[in-house]
Design a protein around this ligand. Structure first.
Ligand code: ADP
Length: 264
């Protein structure tokens, strides 16, 4: 990984002529009149493991939502698998683990297996569940190591187990892209390591991963490329190149300046 032009797709199952998994061009987005993402251009190639970092409130969640078509940019364009992001077909090719999955699922009176089954029919209300579906669900539960918890209610799981359930749902839907928003908040250190091992293994097997993570150390260790954001993109490239730039100080430093400014 010495190239400074970002990722390569060596060894990736997708051919070199395949469309990038995600492509943002000059993307700008504001809540009301408050810009939170400005002029961001970014390509995520198939097979990448992108760590998205930046200070609190720097627009990471918003950017991730833009990347998978949950929000539409005010200016610029976003494509996923070569198609406009907002036309994603019910989300089957994208597995999204939002930040508040823990809180939301506390209230859900459903079992782990039922959550994973949802991956087989997003947006299809009257789907007949067949043997292929059943096999895919069991394989996904097994793959993330929670087959023994299949009949437990999701609200009864620990944080780490719950995140695995949502990853299993993505695997069951045969997603090619996994988008995770700070998945290990509130998860103990050991489970967190194991969780990132799993993400690394899935990535080695060809899954493209975009991960928001506040721990810069984790990201530089685990991701194959880094995007450092604070409204604008300060850096995108591999972790080695990132370590040699001032991007981190620039992105986090300007947040401090903004904060000081706001309070003065
Ligand atoms: P991060 O994930 O880096 O913490 P976010 O994308 O969540 O950043 O938020 C960027 C900025 O936009 C923050 O200042 C946040 O308060 C604001 N924001 C986020 N979501 C909304 C929303 N739905 N409406 C208005 N402002 C929002």
């Amino acid at each position: 990984m010495s190239a400074d032009a970002g990722p390569t797709d060596d060894g990736s199952p997708a051919g070199s002529d395949a469309a990038p998994t995600v492509e943002l061009r000059d993307v700008t987005f504001a809540y009301a009149d408050r810009p939170v993402v400005e002029d961001v251009s970014l390509v995520v190639e198939s097979g990448a493991f992108l760590g998205l970092i930046g200070p609190n409130g720097s627009g990471k969640t918003t950017l991730l939502e833009l990347m998978i078509g949950l929000r539409r940019p005010d200016r610029g364009s976003v494509s996923v698998f070569g198609e406009p992001a907002h036309r994603l077909d019910g989300g089957r090719r994208v597995g999204y683990v939002p930040q508040d999955v823990g809180e939301a699922s506390d209230e859900m009176p459903v079992t782990v297996r039922e959550v994973v089954r949802m991956g087989r029919y997003p947006g299809r209300l009257f789907h007949r569940f067949d043997d292929d579906d059943r096999r895919a669900v069991e394989a996904a539960l097994d793959r993330v190591g929670i087959a023994d918890l299949a009949d437990r209610r999701v609200g009864r799981l620990s944080g780490g187990q719950r995140q695995r359930a949502f990853i299993a749902r993505a695997l069951a839907s045969e997603a090619d892209l996994l988008a995770l928003d700070e998945p290990t908040v509130g998860v103990d250190a050991e489970s967190r390591e194991a969780f990132y091992d799993l993400l690394g293994d899935l990535n080695d097997e060809g899954m493209t991963v975009v991960l928001i993570e506040h721990d810069v150390g984790v990201v530089t260790e685990r991701a194959t490329e880094i995007a450092c954001l604070n409204r604008e993109l300060f850096f995108h490239g591999d972790p080695e190149a990132f370590a040699e730039t001032d991007a981190l100080a620039d992105a986090y430093g300007s947040a401090q300046r903004v904060l000081t400014h706001d309070h003065s």
